[in-house]
Design a protein around this ligand. Sequence first.
Ligand code: PLP
Length: 397
Amino acid sequence: MDTQEMLEKAQSVFVDLYPLQDIVLDRGEGCCLFDTDGKRYLDFAAGIAVASLGHAHPVFIKAVEEQIRCFTTCPGTYMTSPRLACGEFLIEHSAFDRVFLCNSGTEAVEAAFKLARKWAYETKGPDCHEVIAFHNGFHGRSMGAASLTYKRDNQPFLGPYVPGINFADFNDLASVEALVTDKTAAIIIEPVQGEGGVWIAAPAFLKALRTLCDEKNIALIFDEIQCGAGRCGTAFAYEQYGVIPDIITLAKGMGGGFPVGAMLAKGDFASHFGHGTHGTTYGGNPLAANVALAVMETVWQPAFLKNVRETGAYLMDQLDGLRHDFPALGAIRGKGLLVGVDMNIPVSPFLKALLQNGVMALSAGENTLRLAPPLIAGRAEVDEAIEILKKTLEETA
Ligand code: PLP
């Protein structure tokens, strides 16, 4: 089947949830993907900030191979070495006391949401169920996570959503304070909003949220599914703010392409989950745990994270250089290798042109170009991407 035939076939097979690109991907290597015609693309999407080690990395392959030959599943009531090692790694390298392993970001958010509600029910009272989330925030697609996601305003057909959720303005403390009531159980925030347009929380804002939560006895949840696991240049984004939440969610880059997620919590909160309160069939399975552990052991290395910070700074610098020649590029925001560029031209056709020229990238928010290469990317990959960006901007102009 050629590319066109495969794409036509796909349209008759799948529920039509994605506007498909007009290529079919075949294989990957490092920071590149190749289509079925053998054309090479520099991958500055990384599966939406997922492929931290790029594609077909030897560490990833070894971790899959070693565990797949052994065994891959068992009920959650049985402990395994990979699950224990993965959980211990997360606890030893974070400010949290307990971990729940799951399979995706949405599931991690769902666990955090349920844990915060149960904690509030049991410590503050059964009426205390409200949650404050943020405009432009994204937390996933299950009914709970979708209810916390600002985009729900465009999807009234899924309602009624989970009640008691209100949206404040990002980086605006007064708008949060105005929503706090005696019934507030939790505040959930992405330290760097990914899907919403790469918006970076101000340090003073996150510090003020921590103080507010302490004063009012509210659970503070950081959703680091996109911005954590090394993406912003530190293992967790919260490290850069000196603010420790009560509950945190991770996924995406933590598995480097293997489906995995995690919710971590401080002991006072985690103790409110007991036998049968929550669970998962696949979460923490030995295969996923072994791969996540191998990916995290690689990414969490100081030299690896330094490269993320330096390459990210270099990327922002090069983009800034381009901005002077191309008015199509607007404001640039980023942390580590999560970078957004506001576009003064429509971003969707620009992304198509970029893909044609050999770079895969993403959009975010209203009209922002989002660049999230594998965390192994260095100056060579940035230089190549910038050249292709420049060429595409010249063609577009
Ligand atoms: N939270 C954030 C901040 C995300 O960026 C995403 C996915 O983009 C999710 C939650 C949902 O994760 P998943 O798609 O793995 O369910």
